[in-house]
Design a protein around this ligand. Structure first.
Ligand code: PLP
Length: 374
């Protein structure tokens, strides 16, 4: 039985171009070395920076490699918050834990969220009527896929001289992102979300203002992320991003079509299914829904035994199924928030996969509903 992978938002399979690029660059030595092999490694690193800068419309010097999207978010949010500790942070309640948990260490004022899953623009303007140490929001939500009103955030923050960090981990490689046009001061991305290697994050950081360094070390990468840079990881990330951007418009349309067929297939075959974020601007591969009366964990375990790999979408703590904070912030009831399933589609997803999911899911739902809620 072919297994169907529908958890692209968690991580995407490594692209072949990225694997080859990684292998070719895997012998690179210290790019900071003042000798031949160092210069050779640095040339590969510079080329990777230029490719990424071209894809994300920024300057090569603004590209900082780090170990994950989580690290990029932490360096930016903690670094800005620490630079002006007397001011509160401004953020949304639907951020990924990589932002949410950093924000929670500081005094924070929160925007509100609409039932559709987008951060409310009036609440952004209202919170940002005064200065904050940093205003941080995601470009697209990892659970619902809803694209967020980042332009409003940037405009409101500029009026009160507040630096902006954008968590674009889910968006980069899937929808067009221009760092220049966005106008944020820092932006986080993660290579494994677009077919690059796991363990490589990207932090884009304007020349000024920059977050205060969180890590201490040898001063590499403008001192924002010191440490010897992983050249092979950087080169593989650039190769993956170049390919993702080259195929983006065609792939976006294809995935949206397939995703909508999946949505209507599930809606037609399962009664009382709640679609989240419907009608909003969505990432192309995201479908997030609740099946009232069934536990999300039961649904994904039963799906797994039918060869379908999907997720509840929310992080569970120590194996305990908790209601998604994102759905709760959208006003979804606790029970329905615990009944959520996230299917995220990507390059390998085809029509046959969707047909099988639509065929199998009613039986999975029936069994999960019999098991009920615990
Ligand atoms: N931010 C968002 C919106 C995410 O979806 C994720 C990962 O799922 C992260 C940050 C963290 O990225 P990483 O897994 O590279 O640490």
């Amino acid at each position: 039985m072919k297994r169907i992978y529908l958890d692209y938002a968690a991580t995407a399979p490594l692209r072949e171009t990225a694997r080859q690029a990684w292998i070719e660059a895997s012998g690179a030595l210290n790019p900071g070395g003042q000798y031949g092999s160092g210069r050779a490694a640095n040339a590969l690193l510079s080329e990777a920076r230029e490719t990424i800068a071209e894809c994300l419309d920024c300057e090569p010097i603004e590209v900082i490699f780090c170990g994950s999207g989580t690290e990029a978010d932490n360096l930016a949010v903690a670094g800005f918050a620490q630079a002006q500790p007397e001011l509160p942070v401004a953020s949304s309640p639907i951020e990924h834990p990589a932002v949410r948990e950093v924000v929670a260490r500081h005094e924070c004022e929160y925007f509100t969220v609409s039932p559709g899953g987008a951060v409310d623009e009036d609440s952004i303007r209202s919170v940002l009527s005064t200065s904050h140490s940093v205003a941080t929001m995601m470009l697209a939500n990892n659970e619902t896929g809803v694209v967020q009103p980042v332009e409003t955030l940037v405009d409101a923050a500029a009026a009160v001289d507040t630096p902006v960090h954008v968590d674009a981990v889910q968006a980069v490689g899937h929808i067009h992102v221009s760092f220049r046009a966005l106008g944020a001061h820092t932006l986080a991305a993660s290579a494994h979300k677009f077919g690059g290697p796991r363990g490589v994050g990207l932090l884009l950081a304007r020349r000024s203002p920059v977050p205060q360094p969180i890590l201490c070390g040898g001063g590499q990468q403008r001192g924002i992320r010191p440490g010897t840079v992983d050249v092979a990881g950087a080169v593989a990330t650039a190769a993956a991003l170049r390919e993702a951007c080259a195929e983006m418009s065609v792939e976006k349309q294809r995935l949206e079509d397939v995703r909508e067929r999946l949505r209507s297939g599930l809606r037609g075959s399962i009664d009382n299914v709640l679609m989240h974020g419907e009608g909003q601007q969505l990432l192309p591969g995201h479908l997030h829904f609740s099946v009232p009366g069934a536990e999300g964990d039961s649904l994904i375990m039963l799906a797994d035994s039918a060869g379908i790999e999907c997720a509840t979408g929310s992080a569970c703590a120590a194996g305990v199924n908790r209601a998604s904070e994102v759905l709760l912030a959208m006003g979804v009831s606790e029970a329905d928030a615990r009944s959520a399933v996230r299917m995220t589609l990507g390059r390998t997803t085809c029509e046959e996969d969707i047909a099988r999911v639509v065929e199998e899911f009613p039986r999975i739902v029936e069994m999960a509903r019999v098991a009920g809620m615990c």
